[in-house]
Design a protein around this ligand. Structure first.
Ligand code: HEM
Length: 102
């Protein structure tokens, strides 16, 4: 899956971080080639749970913390696993957001 998701035939300019490619208006990839949860009879049984949990985790972190990326060099990716993972992790600094007074 990692190889398909990085194939320029299906995802133009695959190494560029371009979240807009997933928006309805500017979609530029072949949707049948996008299968983060697999496909067919062995497709992930918890696709919805996976999506909801991931979104909630991101929402909660961004609601409560300022996030600063501390890694200085370009991030290298591991290409042996199912999920896309940074080879040496990514160092971030989290600082608690101060709640605004009403
Ligand atoms: C963002 C989170 C997740 C991602 C990206 C993900 C991705 C995947 C992928 C790529 C497969 C392999 C499909 C294939 O073999 O073609 C899979 C299978 C599976 N996933 Fe997930 N998954 C996620 C979350 C979960 C969660 C939360 C659970 C359980 C609570 C789960 C349970 C399973 C099971 C049981 C299978 C095997 C299905 C089978 O072989 O019949 N997954 N998942």
């Amino acid at each position: 899956m990692n190889s398909i998701h990085h194939d320029a035939e299906y995802f133009p300019d695959p190494e560029t971080y371009d979240p807009e490619r997933f928006s309805e208006e500017s979609r530029n990839y072949n949707p049948t080639a996008f299968m983060p949860f697999g496909e067919g009879p062995r497709i992930c049984i918890a696709q919805r749970m996976g999506r909801i949990n991931s979104k909630l985790a991101i929402i909660k972190i961004l609601q409560n913390f300022n996030v600063e990326v501390m890694s200085r060099s370009e991030i290298e990716f591991e290409n042996s696993g199912i999920a896309l993972m940074p080879k040496h992790g990514v160092r971030v600094r989290l600082s608690k957001k101060v709640p605004k007074l009403p």
